[in-house]
Design a protein around this ligand. Structure first.
Ligand SMILES: Nc1ncnc2c1ncn2[C@@H]1O[C@H](COP(=O)(O)OP(=O)(O)OP(=O)(O)O)[C@@H](O)[C@H]1O
Ligand SMILES: [Mg+2]
Length: 242
């Protein structure tokens, strides 16, 4: 289950992969208003480190992950990925950085229905211009690693929600990103499969010396993290164990 296919750690493992300073974000409410989700949010994540972010529904966890991935912009504050401030990058450069260095497991998966599972999983490599044959071969290994061996040529419509979630995780891992952002990656899985998928994410993070930010409602999933943080209006603080 746990892929032997991940390479050894590279680079300076003490450098922060992600640093965020003084982030604030509001979202529009009804016609005129805005609602402040959080302000003064700071976060630093080192290579090889696993952070769990918890917090009530609607607090802004998915919004925060979108900010960290450069898919949305904060109202205030700065985000640096591998030392590069996102705000100084053009849209194209941000897209390149995301494609090359970030793996995102979206809460709603975002698996493309007209591509096979192998094509979906290989997509980050194909978009980066890598040759198709080895990309699809690696996709096949990852699809087996997430417990769906032999399903490479199937289409997403034939999969359950939990199976799609596992394909989304395989896609996030395939290009060995420095930063993995996972939004409730085990939310649709039974406890046994959740444990296996989480073990795979943890192993990939450690072996690739990546940084993993895991948003979860599950105490069990959060227990896999090095640090558990809770999101509130004043930012992230250590999660009090109940
Ligand atoms: N583009 C947007 N426009 C308006 N409101 C938004 C937008 N994006 C998010 N929101 C609101 O911001 C709040 C935070 O949403 P978000 O999805 O980040 O919460 P969450 O903590 O991930 O919740 P959950 O645990 O249910 O996934 C919600 O009230 C949501 O309705
Ligand atoms: Mg969410």
């Amino acid at each position: 289950m746990i892929a032997a296919s991940f390479p050894a750690p590279q680079g300076n493992i003490s450098a922060p992969v992600l640093a965020a300073y003084g982030l604030s974000k509001s979202v529009p409410t009804s016609i005129m208003g805005t609602r402040l989700l959080f302000s003064g949010l700071n976060l630093s994540v080192r290579a090889g480190e696993i952070i769990a972010i918890m917090g009530e529904s609607g607090m802004g966890k998915s919004t925060l992950l979108n900010l960290l991935a450069g898919l949305d912009t904060p109202d205030e504050g700065q985000i640096e990925i591998t030392g590069q401030p996102l705000s100084t990058l053009s849209d194209d450069a941000r897209t390149d950085l995301r494609r090359d260095h970030i793996g995102f497991v979206f809460q709603a998966f975002h698996i493309l229905p007209h591509l096979t599972l192998a094509q979906n999983v290989a997509l980050p490599l194909l978009l980066a211009g890598k040759p198709a044959a080895p990309a699809l071969a690696r996709a096949s290994v990852l699809i087996a690693d997430v417990g769906l061996p032999g399903r490479d040529h199937d289409y997403p419509a034939t999969l359950s929600g939990g199976e799609l979630q596992r394909i989304a995780i395989a896609r996030a891992l395939i290009h060995q990103p420095a930063l993995l952002l996972a939004d409730e990656p085990t939310g649709n899985l039974d406890p046994e499969t959740a444990d296996k998928v989480l073990a795979m994410l943890v192993a990939a993070t450690r072996q690739q010396s990546a940084a993993l930010i895991l948003v979860t409602h599950s105490d069990r999933a959060a227990a896999a993290a090095d640090r558990i943080l809770r999101l509130s209006a004043t930012g992230l603080s250590p999660h009090a164990v109940r």
